[in-house]
Ligand binder design. Structure first.
Ligand SMILES: Cc1ncc(COP(=O)(O)O)c(C=O)c1O
Length: 382
C-alpha cells in the first residue's frame, strides 16, 4: 500500500466478482442484474466498483441521481443506467441527451420529458414506479390508469420498465406484507397489458427479495447490499436458512485501513481524550489513529469500538475526535509508528464487521459503509 496515505478503503475485486456470480446463480438465465451503485456504491467507490461490475456480468446500474449517472458516463461506462431517485425537471434534458433511463411517477416529469425528448429528437426511456405499499415514490393504484394514458399519449416516451420497492422484507421473517405488495404489483402490470403499454423489464427485488423469493425475480433484480458481500439483515439470513438457501457465501468487499500516527506510554489513572471520558487503570501503551468522525468513523464508537493491529484487538479509548482516535495497545507486542490498522474488515484471523460496528452505534450495516467519507481513497486489490 502507498505509504503516503493515512486512511483508505480497499475494495476486493475477487469478492465483488464472487458476489455477482453468486447472485447470478440465484436467478434463471436471462434475468438481468442491476447493480445498485448509489451512495458512492454504498461507500465502496462508484467508479471503482462500477468499472469491475460492468465487465463481470452486471447488465444495468442503478443510481440515485443524475449526477451519479453522468459520472458513470464520464468514466466511459456504457452499461445502461437507471436513476432510481427523483430527477428535477430542469435536468431532464441531461438524462435524455446522455441516454439515461429515469424512474417516473409524476405527470410533471412526463410532460416535460416529452417536450425535451422531442427537442432532442430522441426517445426518453422511463421506468414507471408503482406504489404497492412502501408509500415512498410511486404512482398510486387509483391514479395508475390516468398516468398510463398520459404516458401512452407521448410518442417520444418509451416505457422500458415497471418497478416497485418492498417495505418489509429485511426487518422480518414473516413476509405477508411483501406478498401483498407482489399481488399489488402484478395487478399494476395487468393494467399495463390492458392498456397495451409495452415494457421490457419488471423489477421489484432488492437483495433480500432476490435471495428469498424466486417468484419476484421477473426480468431484472436490483442488487445493492448483497453485491458488496453483506447480508441485508439477520432476519434475511434466518429466512434463507428456513428456506434451505444455504449456498450463499457472500464475501465482504470492503476493508477500511489506517495507520498509527504515534505510540506512547501513559501512567496508571491517566485520563484519555476529550471530556476525560476514559482513563487507564494501569501503566498503558496507547496508539493514535489518524481517522475520525469526519471520515465516517462514528463518534458513537467512543469508548466502545475496537480495531485490529497485528491480528489483535485494540479497544478504542475515549472519544472519537474529528480526525483521530486513540486505542489501547498495551497487550500488543512491537507496535510502532505507521503500522497498519484495520478499522473494518477481516485480516484472516479476526474481523471487525460492518454488522459489529452497526450494532455498537445503533444502526444497520448499510449506514456504516455508505457514510464513509467519499474523499478517502478507494483502492482496488487483486
Ligand atoms: C429502489 C431500490 N432498489 C434496490 C435497492 C437495493 O437494495 P439492497 O441494498 O437491499 O439490495 C435499493 C436500496 O436502497 C433501493 O432504494
Amino acid at each position: 500500500m502507498s505509504n503516503e496515505i493515512i486512511s483508505w478503503i480497499e475494495i476486493s475485486k475477487k469478492a465483488l466478482i464472487n458476489n455477482i456470480n453468486i447472485m447470478r446463480s440465484r436467478v434463471k438465465p436471462g434475468v438481468k442484474i442491476m447493480a445498485v451503485v448509489k451512495a458512492n456504491a454504498y461507500g465502496h467507490g462508484l467508479i471503482e466498483t462500477a468499472t469491475i461490475a460492468a465487465v463481470n456480468g452486471v447488465d444495468f446500474f442503478g443510481v440515485n441521481c443524475l449526477d451519479e449517472a453522468l459520472r458513470l458516463r464520464s468514466a466511459k461506462i456504457k452499461t445502461p443506467v437507471l436513476v432510481l431517485g427523483y430527477t428535477p425537471l430542469a435536468r431532464l434534458k441531461d438524462a435524455v441527451s446522455h441516454d439515461i433511463s429515469l424512474t417516473v411517477y409524476n405527470a410533471e416529469s412526463i410532460n416535460r420529458l416529452q417536450e425535451t425528448a422531442a427537442k432532442y429528437k430522441k426517445n426518453a426511456r422511463v421506468h414507471i414506479k408503482v406504489e404497492t405499499g412502501l408509500n415512498r415514490q410511486g404512482v398510486e393504484a387509483q391514479n395508475l390508469r390516468d398516468f398510463l394514458l398520459r404516458v401512452k399519449s407521448k410518442k417520444n416516451i418509451e416505457v422500458e420498465g415497471i418497478s416497485t420497492h418492498y417495505a418489509n422484507i429485511e426487518d422480518t421473517t414473516e413476509h405477508t406484507y411483501a406478498k401483498k405488495q407482489v399481488e399489488n404489483f402484478k395487478e399494476a402490470c395487468e393494467l399495463f397489458n390492458r392498456e397495451e403499454i409495452a415494457f421490457k423489464y419488471r423489477h421489484t427485488a432488492c437483495t433480500a427479495a432476490a435471495i428469498l423469493f424466486d417468484e419476484v425475480h421477473f426480468e431484472m433484480i436490483r442488487l445493492g447490499i448483497g453485491l458488496y458481500g453483506l447480508w441485508p439483515s439477520k432476519e434475511t439470513k434466518i429466512s434463507a436458512y428456513e428456506r434451505k438457501i444455504n449456498e450463499f457465501n457472500l464475501m465482504p468487499v470492503m476493508k477500511w485501513k489506517s495507520i498509527i500516527a504515534q505510540v506512547k506510554t501513559v501512567e496508571a489513572n491517566s485520563c484519555i481524550g476529550y471530556g476525560c471520558s476514559d482513563f487507564v487503570t494501569q501503566n498503558s501503551k496507547i496508539a493514535i489513529i489518524p481517522t475520525g468522525y469526519y471520515d465516517g468513523y462514528d463518534r458513537k464508537l467512543s469508548n466502545s469500538g475496537y480495531v485490529i493491529i497485528k491480528g489483535r484487538r485494540a479497544p478504542v479509548l475515549g472519544r472519537i475526535c474529528m480526525n483521530m482516535f486513540i486505542v489501547d495497545v498495551t497487550n500488543i507486542e512491537g507496535v510502532k509508528c505507521e503500522d497498519e490498522v484495520l478499522l473494518l474488515g477481516s485480516d484472516g484471523e479476526d474481523s471487525v464487521s460492518a454488522e459489529t460496528l452497526a450494532s455498537k452505534i445503533g444502526t444497520i450495516n448499510y449506514e456504516v459503509v455508505t457514510r464513509i467519507n467519499e474523499t478517502l481513497p478507494r483502492i482496488v486489490t487483486e
